[in-house]
Design a protein around this ligand. Structure first.
Ligand SMILES: Cc1cc2ncn([C@H]3O[C@H](COP(=O)(O)O)[C@@H](O)[C@H]3O)c2cc1C
Ligand SMILES: O=C(O)c1cccnc1
Length: 351
């Protein structure tokens, strides 16, 4: 059995006993039952994931930012040029990007992985060089990658997250950088959820109406040329996906197999999570929603995974920025369970 198959097979359902116990603890706290809404849902989910209702005082948080380039940029689908991908990686390494600020604010470490950037990168602090290919091919003309490349990229994600968990990570978030990557993300959403392309695309970095039409045309061409099978997520990933998207799908599968919660970010991370969930339906229980992206298809994507976005910040950046904020919400939820007094402790009447 391959590493990918072994990982998928190792994913188990959530621990119902732990969730029930967490619910009972929540109901003993000095508040009307259910009154902390999503915070309570998150507590139960974390308990079910880690398999116990006694939640740790703090979790070791890592944001895994996968980077890759996209041949489809030749179709004019992004408002920015491809060289921005490596330039932003230098910016991340220097601590100057939005994700550096928000990761620090959330107490999370940023772990960058080059799975498919189109140029060679220098050795940089915080960068793991695992390049599978120098970007994908233009999916409007043929498959974005080979099956071997897709599986190798998925396994990079599995390996990276396993190594981080071995070193103590107990809560991971998804992040990405790759100019053009909202186009394969929209293509995957359209294929895997049967959504009309027009409803799956958005403006990404901010393309104008013409740019939006070019995105729709590029995806139309890609679906025409490649005929991805909507019932086979791996086939869709090969034909209209991306290397960083594959890597992140691997992160989801690897984390779920180790019972570690995964914070989903925006539209691209969502597409990667969707691929993972289609490959291994039980993986969806290990995902926690963060924000609702401005990208119009994001809501449908989250609905498909039954994920509730809890932050409405009008953000559309990626990098893991929404996930970093989401991690703070999870910290708050865990503190509620660990630090609030019970009715008995506080001498508060129940009825
Ligand atoms: C300076 C800059 C920083 C970014 N950080 C994330 N993205 C985001 O924008 C890209 C996707 O949008 P599109 O499909 O329109 O190219 C990805 O790299 C995503 O991470 C950025 C984009 C830019 C320009
Ligand atoms: O939702 C996102 O993550 C997103 C949207 C636009 C561009 N980059 C990322």
């Amino acid at each position: 059995m391959s590493k990918l198959e072994r990982t998928i097979q190792a994913i188990e359902p959530l621990n119902e006993v732990a969730m029930h116990e967490a619910q009972q603890r929540l109901d003993n706290l000095t508040k009307p039952p259910g009154s902390l809404g999503v915070l309570e849902d998150v507590v139960k989910k974390i308990a079910g994931i880690i398999g116990k209702a006694a939640l740790p005082q703090s979790m070791e948080k890592v944001i895994i930012l996968m980077a890759g380039d996209h041949g489809v940029v030749a179709e004019g689908v992004s408002a920015f040029p491809q060289e921005v991908t490596p330039q932003m990686i230098l910016n991340f390494a220097n601590g100057g990007a939005a994700i550096n600020v928000l990761a620090k604010h959330a107490g999370a470490r940023l772990y960058m992985v080059d799975v498919g950037v189109a140029v060679d990168l220098p050795d940089l602090p915080g960068l793991d060089k695992r390049k599978i290919a120098y970007g994908t091919k233009n999916m409007a003309q043929g498959p974005a990658m080979t099956m071997e490349e897709a599986i190798a990229a998925l396994e990079v994600g599995i390996d990276v997250v396993n190594a981080l968990i071995d070193k103590g990570a107990s809560f991971v978030a998804m992040g990405e950088m790759g100019i053009g990557n909202t186009t394969p993300s929209a293509a995957l959403l359209s294929v895997l959820e049967g959504l009309p392309i027009e409803e799956a695309v958005g403006r990404g970095t901010g393309v104008n109406d013409e740019g939006l039409r070019r995105k729709i045309t590029a995806i139309n061409k890609a679906l025409d040329v490649n005929r991805p099978n909507s019932e086979q997520p791996l086939d869709a990933l090969v034909k209209v996906g991306g290397l960083e998207i594959a890597g992140l799908a691997g992160v989801v599968l690897g984390a779920a197999a180790r019972r570690v919660p995964v914070m989903v970010d925006g539209f691209i991370s969502g597409a990667a999570a969707l691929v993972a969930v289609k490959m291994a339906p039980l993986a969806k229980h290990y995902l926690i929603g963060s924000h609702l992206s401005v990208e119009p298809g994001h809501r449908k994507m989250l609905d498909a995974m039954e994920l509730k976005p809890t932050l409405m910040m009008d953000m559309r950046l990626g990098e893991g920025t929404g996930a970093a904020l989401g991690m703070l919400m999870v910290d708050a939820a865990v503190k509620i369970l660990n630090e609030m007094a019970t009715f008995d402790d506080a001498g508060v009447s129940r009825e």
